[in-house]
Write a protein that binds this ligand. Structure first.
Ligand code: BMA
Length: 335
């Protein structure tokens, strides 16, 4: 298992929104339990969110969340949300003998088109998908990866004429049969055929991870490079009962890195410390799986504020902010 990291703290440049969580089960006008891991983008003058809703089904044992809807919400300020009256993608409408659940949506706007990346669990593996959301109502699936892969995020513009994404395959054979999972890069001319597969960052490059890493919110463009969050996981076997499950030994933190503008498979810099580590009650005390920060949306405002949206404890959706220059400095400063 390697090194453990008992003391991980959030960077002082991060400010959590005092009204957190910004969305939870009480805000949802239909059956809902855990509202989290949302994708957020600015689209046609509004903020749009697609969130994950894991619904509790009694009689399923220690983790009773077995049914996942995706819901949709819009907002004028990125803080207060209007939730659509029905799920955007209801479990009843997509589950089959083969498809078990859609989850962890990530939104990106390219040339006024709203794209959604997502994960799909099937009986034959975990896949990452890319689709287009039409009229905030309908998902057109463009491609689904081979298993096992997920945590896909699209860049908000084509790079060298190609759609570009980060992703997280799950190599098992070559990585010793453990969760040694890394961040990869891929490109496509049409969102269907993907190539130029390149390793971006290995889990061993992140000083506060001892288990796995993966892309988090879709990247934002700055003069210095593509700024992007990632999630990093450390396992500590001394962690025991935690949340609703019998054991949960992982902690998920958010990290931050800067990728080259012309070739985003190259890392320019990365903060050696977490950007957000679980600290508040809603991150470490309450909920399904404690100690989980899972960013899915990042928006750069005109005044330099960056809104970072994250799922907390796999139970609620939260917001933190930071200044864009402070985030870049975290990635590039020498320590
Ligand atoms: C990952 C995914 C995420 C989840 C996280 C923490 O493997 O399943 O959806 O937030 O674990 O439970």
């Amino acid at each position: 298992m390697g090194k453990v990291f008992p003391e991980l703290k959030s960077s002082p440049i991060i400010k959590r929104y005092e009204g957190n969580p910004i969305l939870s089960m009480k805000d949802i006008p239909y059956e809902a339990t855990c509202i989290y891991n949302a994708g957020i983008a600015k689209y046609k003058g509004k903020y749009v969110m697609v969130f994950r809703n894991d619904i509790k089904i009694d009689g399923y044992g220690t983790n009773p969340l077995k049914k996942v809807d995706l819901g949709l919400a819009t907002s004028d300020d990125g803080i207060h949300w209007h939730v659509s009256p029905k799920p955007f993608l209801a479990a009843e409408d997509y589950t089959t003998d083969e498809i078990r659940r859609f989850y962890d949506p990530r939104l990106t706007v390219i040339d006024d088109v709203l794209y959604m990346c997502f994960a799909v669990d099937t009986c034959h593996g975990v896949h990452g998908g890319v689709g287009i959301i039409h009229d905030l109502e309908r998902l057109e699936i463009m491609s689904i990866s081979a298993p096992d892969n997920r945590n896909m995020v699209l860049f908000p513009e084509k790079i060298n004429g190609l759609y570009t994404r980060l992703e997280r395959p799950f190599p098992v054979y070559s990585r010793g049969g453990k969760d040694r999972f890394d961040i990869w890069f891929a490109q496509s001319p049409d969102l269907k055929f993907w190539g130029n597969n390149t390793l971006v960052m290995g889990v061993e490059d992140v000083p506060f991870a001892n288990d796995k890493i993966g892309p988090a919110a879709p990247p934002i463009k700055t003069e210095k490079g593509w700024l992007t969050t990632f999630h990093s996981v450390d396992i500590d076997q001394t962690r025991g009962k935690n949340g609703w499950e019998d054991t949960w030994k992982k902690r998920y933190c958010a990290g931050i890195m800067l990728l080259d503008l012309q070739d985003p498979s190259k890392v320019i810099g990365m903060s050696k410390l977490p950007l957000i580590a679980p600290e508040t009650d809603y991150e470490v005390e309450e909920g399904l799986r404690q100690n989980v920060i899972f960013p899915g949306g990042m928006i750069l405002e005109d005044d330099g504020e960056v809104k970072i949206y994250y799922g907390a404890s796999d139970t609620v959706e939260c917001l933190a902010t930071a200044n864009v220059d402070d985030l870049i400095n975290l990635c590039t400063e020498k320590r």
